[in-house]
Design a protein around this ligand. Structure first.
Ligand SMILES: [Zn+2]
Length: 60
């Protein structure tokens, strides 16, 4: 349909076109979070792992 697909942040449920894939605990579960939630997961977190950035638009 040509529309931009968006995803919701796993923490605050805000829909955005850019999300960060991260692990934030020892369970190893990947979460997709927005740029507002990212610092909260990152700060003082020994389990924080960055797994890439998800974007709604792909490069062509
Ligand atoms: Zn968020």
């Amino acid at each position: 349909m040509g529309r931009i697909r968006e995803k919701a942040c796993d923490r605050c449920q805000t829909t955005t076109s850019v999300l960060y894939r991260v692990q934030s605990d020892e369970s190893g579960t990947w979460q997709f979070v927005c740029d507002r939630c990212l610092p909260a997961l990152k700060n003082d977190n020994p389990h924080y792992t960055y797994g890439g950035t998800w974007k709604a638009r792909k490069r062509h």
